[in-house]
Design a protein around this ligand. Structure first.
Ligand SMILES: Nc1nc2c(ncn2[C@@H]2O[C@H](COP(=O)(O)OP(=O)(O)O)[C@@H](O)[C@H]2O)c(=O)[nH]1
Ligand SMILES: [Mg+2]
Ligand SMILES: [Zn+2]
Length: 396
């Protein structure tokens, strides 16, 4: 609802596709064309953007047939459910999906949740993933996409006792992997006083490639720095621990209470949005922002390359080690150890890097096992189906 209220007021623009306001572009359009080209009655598929993922359904926005946008609920098709053996292929907030079967009454799309079916997820321009604890089918590590098609990732860290450079590094690695541009935001500037500048500098040291600044949302300070990264038609995500002030920031940017904050517990109050789910909102200026609940622990889903994007000085040194498989824990002619001694590599950065590296390697081995299991399960399902078919035909 919050979403529609913002678009309804905009004047009619003759001939302009309202989907452009949602970030629709040539990349997604090509994805839809590829799907339609596959036959099976796919010509009628229409695009929609996922605003929120619910249990068994999705809140989506699509063309309303009158030059505007409609927000309604859609359900997954049987095909989507069976195609999605891997959690990574399940629609996430921000995803573009292909819909079928929306009934139209008097030119207006029906808002009947039963009538719109999500058939497929279109290819993503970016995705934030985490390892999903115990996939129900395999009880193994699997990738879960949290949000998709995001241009900017605001990495939100509160000033005060909860401030952690290590956490910024983790989120930065996640953002680096996603394909979105990270922006480091220190919230609750009032808690640090003048020392907030030191925190901004520390954040900038953790990830030198991203802009870093401080805000105090309740006082409206720093919001203009934030607004520079919020262009109409673009999508941003707020990432950070629970209580870091993400929803307060969103509301300050919107100038109204789009999402509930701290005082409200993480449950749905009569259909009201709480930050217990990832929800896409539209700001008055036309930028979209996805608010997220805090992840208790950011569990990475990434490869070694993306760590290199965050720990550049260490990766550069590692390239000069004598052994290509150097563990940098005491081998001869280790350029990383040399860097530590000369001070060009900071000890705490080195420790973070080693820790994250171990996690990445662990994940990689786990993934290989999961991928094999998933492949085997798929094969089992297929051979069962073909046996049924042959039995029907009287072949066995
Ligand atoms: N002192 C101070 N408190 C803030 C600020 N922004 C948010 N808070 C408080 O921090 C708590 C958590 O905020 P919330 O926006 O819900 O955090 P979220 O879990 O990241 O969405 C709430 O009690 C807010 O009132 C700020 O700039 N300064
Ligand atoms: Mg929140
Ligand atoms: Zn080494």
């Amino acid at each position: 609802m919050e979403f529609l209220n913002d678009t309804e007021g905009s004047p009619e623009r003759e001939g302009v596709d309202p989907l452009l306001d949602l970030g629709w572009n040539q990349f997604f359009s090509n994805g839809l064309s590829d799907l339609r080209g596959r036959g099976r009655g796919d010509a009628e598929l229409e695009p929609a953007r996922v605003l929120e993922v619910r249990r068994g359904s999705f809140v989506v926005a699509a063309r309303d047939g009158n030059g505007g946008l409609a927000e309604f609920e859609a359900r997954p098709s049987g095909r989507l459910s069976s195609d999605c053996l891997a959690a990574a292929q399940w629609p996430a907030t921000g995803d573009w999906v292909a819909l079928r079967g929306r009934e139209r009454t008097g030119g207006r799309a029906s808002a009947d949740p039963g009538s719109a079916i999500v058939e497929a997820v279109l290819p993503r321009s970016s995705a934030f993933s985490r390892k999903a604890a115990g996939d129900s089918r395999y009880d193994k590590v699997s990738e879960q996409v949290l949000v998709a098609n995001v241009d900017t990732a605001f990495i939100v860290t509160a000033a005060g006792t909860d401030f952690s450079v290590r956490r910024i590094e983790r989120y930065a690695a996640l953002a680096h992997e996603s394909g979105a541009s990270p922006v480091l935001v220190i919230t609750k500037a009032d808690l640090a006083g003048d020392a907030v500048l030191d925190l901004v500098a520390a954040a900038g040291d953790a990830y030198p490639f991203a802009p870093a600044f401080a805000v105090c949302a309740p006082e409206g300070r720093g919001l203009d720095a934030m607004a520079k990264h919020l262009k109409a038609g673009s999508t941003a995500v707020l990432l950070g621990s629970s209580g870091s002030g993400k929803s307060t920031l969103l509301n300050a940017l919107a100038g109204t209470e789009l999402n509930s904050t701290g005082a409200v517990k993480d449950y749905d109050q009569r259909g009201r949005h709480t930050t217990s789910s990832r929800t896409l909102f539209m700001l008055p200026g036309g930028a979209m922002v996805i608010d997220t609940p805090g992840l208790r622990e950011v569990q990475l889903w990434l490869g070694e390359e993306s760590l290199g994007g965050v720990f550049t000085e260490i990766e550069e040194a590692a390239a000069a080690c004598r052994f290509s498989d150097c563990s940098h824990e005491g081998e001869p002619d280790c350029a990383v150890q040399a860097g530590l001694e000369s001070g060009s590599i900071m000890a705490d950065r080195y420790e973070s890097w080693q820790r994250l590296m171990k996690e990445v390697r662990f994940l990689e081995t786990k993934t290989n096992v999961t991928a094999k299991l998933a492949e085997r399960a798929k094969w089992k399902i297929r051979s069962k189906a073909s046996r049924q078919l042959r039995r029907l035909r009287g072949e066995i």
